[in-house]
Design a protein around this ligand. Structure first.
Ligand SMILES: *Cc1c(COP(=O)(O)O)cnc(C)c1O
Length: 219
């Protein structure tokens, strides 16, 4: 199967209101070009420097999404061009993004990452930490970031009931947060293995890598 065929199959399975982030991490420029030629414009990466290198080499109408864990000292490498940062999970990080965005005279859109999985290793805020963050005066003063939604990753399991439970929990929190922050409109949940379930539970943005580009090889 070619990238082009995979991409069109994935796109056909998505409702119109769901945005596809094509996750191109570890994949070469030529793979991204192939997806670009078929019309895909939104790509996701999980390493800031890799994303910045690809941004330099590829057409400038690509929207680059940072989907991985963000180290504060690297925000400066993407502040000029990043279109959406999915994995924001602290006020400290938001403040750094705000500071770097200001240098470029931009407002950077961010999603707050929520911890929904059972694994301890996955990053994200719990419900109380989310409440605390969005109600803090410091957060409300940040002018160069805009929180436009929530993001979450389900437990890595083939127990669909478990995954569904976690997505439902995130959707509920999303609706609740919308009531406080009117700009909230994006719910980023679902990857190759669970995006159909995520869409059933209300996802508006799916992050799909291996179903489009094939398995990754971390040599
Ligand atoms: C790698 C990654 C994806 C894509 O995973 P696939 O299973 O290849 O679709 C989605 N979200 C995040 C946060 C990732 O790091």
């Amino acid at each position: 199967m070619s990238i082009k065929n995979n991409l069109s199959q994935v796109l056909h399975s998505l409702p119109n209101n769901v945005t596809l982030v094509a996750v191109s991490k570890t994949k070469p420029i030529s793979d991204i070009e192939e997806a670009y030629e078929t019309g895909q414009r939104v790509f996701g990466e999980n390493k800031i420097q890799e994303m910045a290198q690809k941004w330099e080499l590829l057409p400038k109408d690509i929207q680059w999404h940072m989907i991985g864990h963000v180290q504060r000292n690297k925000v400066k490498y993407m502040a000029e061009f990043v279109s959406l940062i999915h994995g924001v999970d602290s006020l400290k990080l938001l403040k750094e993004i705000d500071k770097q965005a200001k240098k470029h005279n931009r407002i950077i859109d961010c999603l707050l990452q929520i911890h929904i999985a059972e694994e301890q290793t996955k990053f994200g805020l719990n419900n109380e930490e989310l409440d605390e963050l969005i109600s803090s005066p410091e957060f409300q003063q940040l002018k160069n970031i805009k929180v436009t939604g929530l993001m979450g990753m389900a437990t890595f399991t083939d127990d669909n009931a478990q995954i569904q439970k976690e997505f439902k929990q995130l959707k509920k929190l999303f609706e609740k947060t919308k009531a406080t922050i009117p700009e909230i409109c994006i719910l980023s949940m679902g990857m190759s293995g669970d995006y159909k379930l995520a869409i059933e539970e209300g996802s508006t943005m799916v992050r799909i890598g291996s179903s489009i580009f094939g398995a990754r090889n971390y040599g």
